[in-house]
Design a protein around this ligand. Sequence first.
Ligand SMILES: [Zn+2]
Length: 150
Amino acid sequence: MSKAETTTGQRPEQAATKQRRRPGQSLVCGWCGGEITVRATGRTPKWCSDTCRHRAWETTRAANAGRLAVQVVDRLVEVEVPVTVIETVEIPTTPKGAHWISALHELARQLDAGKIYDRDLPALTVALNEALDAYARRPAVRTRQHTRRD
Ligand SMILES: [Zn+2]
Protein backbone atom coordinates (compact mmCIF):
# COMPACT_ATOMS: atom_id res chain seq x y z
CA MET A 1 0.00 0.00 0.00
CA SER A 2 1.36 3.36 -0.96
CA LYS A 3 1.64 6.16 1.55
CA ALA A 4 -0.47 8.47 -0.58
CA GLU A 5 -3.43 6.15 -0.36
CA THR A 6 -3.75 6.42 3.41
CA THR A 7 -3.50 10.17 3.65
CA THR A 8 -6.27 12.61 3.06
CA GLY A 9 -6.43 14.83 0.04
CA GLN A 10 -6.61 13.32 -3.41
CA ARG A 11 -8.48 10.07 -3.43
CA PRO A 12 -7.52 8.17 -6.54
CA GLU A 13 -9.64 5.17 -5.51
CA GLN A 14 -12.87 7.11 -5.97
CA ALA A 15 -12.54 7.13 -9.73
CA ALA A 16 -12.65 3.35 -9.74
CA THR A 17 -15.67 2.91 -7.49
CA LYS A 18 -18.11 2.84 -10.37
CA GLN A 19 -16.36 -0.09 -12.02
CA ARG A 20 -16.55 -3.62 -10.73
CA ARG A 21 -13.19 -4.82 -9.42
CA ARG A 22 -11.53 -8.01 -10.46
CA PRO A 23 -12.36 -10.63 -7.85
CA GLY A 24 -9.82 -12.30 -5.56
CA GLN A 25 -7.82 -9.21 -4.70
CA SER A 26 -6.68 -8.33 -1.22
CA LEU A 27 -5.15 -5.35 0.53
CA VAL A 28 -3.31 -4.88 3.80
CA CYS A 29 -4.99 -3.19 6.75
CA GLY A 30 -3.46 0.20 7.47
CA TRP A 31 -3.61 -0.43 11.22
CA CYS A 32 -2.97 -4.07 12.02
CA GLY A 33 -1.51 -5.32 8.77
CA GLY A 34 -4.20 -7.94 8.38
CA GLU A 35 -5.59 -8.98 5.06
CA ILE A 36 -8.59 -7.21 3.56
CA THR A 37 -10.62 -8.87 0.84
CA VAL A 38 -11.53 -6.23 -1.72
CA ARG A 39 -15.16 -6.27 -2.72
CA ALA A 40 -16.29 -5.87 -6.30
CA THR A 41 -17.79 -2.45 -5.73
CA GLY A 42 -17.68 0.36 -3.20
CA ARG A 43 -14.85 2.32 -1.65
CA THR A 44 -11.40 0.84 -1.52
CA PRO A 45 -10.98 -0.48 2.03
CA LYS A 46 -8.19 0.91 4.21
CA TRP A 47 -8.92 -1.07 7.34
CA CYS A 48 -9.81 -4.69 7.95
CA SER A 49 -12.50 -3.83 10.48
CA ASP A 50 -14.38 -1.02 12.14
CA THR A 51 -12.13 -1.51 15.16
CA CYS A 52 -8.97 -0.81 13.15
CA ARG A 53 -10.57 2.12 11.37
CA HIS A 54 -11.64 3.58 14.68
CA ARG A 55 -8.24 3.09 16.33
CA ALA A 56 -6.50 4.71 13.40
CA TRP A 57 -8.88 7.61 13.55
CA GLU A 58 -8.40 8.00 17.30
CA THR A 59 -4.63 7.96 16.96
CA THR A 60 -4.68 10.53 14.19
CA ARG A 61 -6.92 12.73 16.23
CA ALA A 62 -4.75 12.42 19.34
CA ALA A 63 -1.65 13.22 17.32
CA ASN A 64 -3.35 16.29 15.90
CA ALA A 65 -4.29 17.37 19.42
CA GLY A 66 -0.73 16.86 20.70
CA ARG A 67 -1.64 14.03 23.02
CA LEU A 68 -0.02 10.66 23.11
CA ALA A 69 -2.18 8.56 25.39
CA VAL A 70 -5.43 7.56 23.79
CA GLN A 71 -8.11 5.56 25.47
CA VAL A 72 -10.84 4.19 23.31
CA VAL A 73 -14.06 3.47 25.15
CA ASP A 74 -16.99 1.84 23.47
CA ARG A 75 -20.26 3.18 24.74
CA LEU A 76 -23.65 1.65 24.17
CA VAL A 77 -26.19 4.33 23.41
CA GLU A 78 -29.83 3.48 22.99
CA VAL A 79 -31.89 5.70 20.78
CA GLU A 80 -35.63 5.99 20.54
CA VAL A 81 -37.21 5.43 17.17
CA PRO A 82 -40.38 7.46 16.63
CA VAL A 83 -43.34 5.26 15.79
CA THR A 84 -46.56 6.58 14.32
CA VAL A 85 -49.68 4.87 15.64
CA ILE A 86 -53.10 5.74 14.27
CA GLU A 87 -55.95 5.30 16.71
CA THR A 88 -59.61 5.79 15.93
CA VAL A 89 -61.32 7.72 18.72
CA GLU A 90 -64.96 8.72 18.84
CA ILE A 91 -65.27 12.38 19.77
CA PRO A 92 -68.73 13.55 20.88
CA THR A 93 -69.92 16.61 19.00
CA THR A 94 -72.78 18.94 19.79
CA PRO A 95 -75.63 18.68 17.25
CA LYS A 96 -76.72 21.81 15.41
CA GLY A 97 -80.09 22.88 14.05
CA ALA A 98 -82.31 20.06 12.82
CA HIS A 99 -79.71 17.50 13.91
CA TRP A 100 -81.07 17.95 17.45
CA ILE A 101 -84.20 16.07 16.39
CA SER A 102 -82.36 12.87 15.61
CA ALA A 103 -80.11 13.47 18.62
CA LEU A 104 -83.11 13.64 20.94
CA HIS A 105 -84.62 10.53 19.32
CA GLU A 106 -81.29 8.83 19.97
CA LEU A 107 -81.37 10.05 23.58
CA ALA A 108 -84.81 8.47 24.03
CA ARG A 109 -83.61 5.24 22.48
CA GLN A 110 -80.55 5.12 24.76
CA LEU A 111 -82.68 5.82 27.83
CA ASP A 112 -84.97 2.91 26.92
CA ALA A 113 -81.98 0.70 26.23
CA GLY A 114 -80.47 1.51 29.63
CA LYS A 115 -77.36 3.04 28.09
CA ILE A 116 -77.62 6.15 30.30
CA TYR A 117 -76.38 5.53 33.85
CA ASP A 118 -78.84 6.06 36.70
CA ARG A 119 -76.29 8.35 38.34
CA ASP A 120 -76.55 10.68 35.32
CA LEU A 121 -80.36 10.90 35.43
CA PRO A 122 -80.67 13.82 37.92
CA ALA A 123 -78.41 16.03 35.82
CA LEU A 124 -80.23 14.87 32.71
CA THR A 125 -83.53 15.91 34.31
CA VAL A 126 -82.15 19.39 34.90
CA ALA A 127 -80.88 19.63 31.34
CA LEU A 128 -84.16 18.38 29.84
CA ASN A 129 -86.23 20.82 31.89
CA GLU A 130 -83.90 23.63 30.92
CA ALA A 131 -84.32 22.69 27.27
CA LEU A 132 -88.10 22.49 27.62
CA ASP A 133 -88.24 25.88 29.35
CA ALA A 134 -86.12 27.46 26.61
CA TYR A 135 -88.35 25.78 24.07
CA ALA A 136 -91.47 27.23 25.71
CA ARG A 137 -89.96 30.73 25.72
CA ARG A 138 -89.81 30.81 21.96
CA PRO A 139 -92.52 33.15 20.58
CA ALA A 140 -93.47 30.72 17.84
CA VAL A 141 -94.14 28.07 20.47
CA ARG A 142 -96.02 30.39 22.86
CA THR A 143 -98.48 31.61 20.21
CA ARG A 144 -99.53 28.06 19.48
CA GLN A 145 -100.71 27.68 23.11
CA HIS A 146 -99.15 24.29 23.68
CA THR A 147 -100.37 22.65 26.81
CA ARG A 148 -97.81 21.57 29.33
CA ARG A 149 -98.18 19.15 32.18
CA ASP A 150 -97.04 21.02 35.29
ZN1 LIG B 1 -6.90 -4.29 10.91
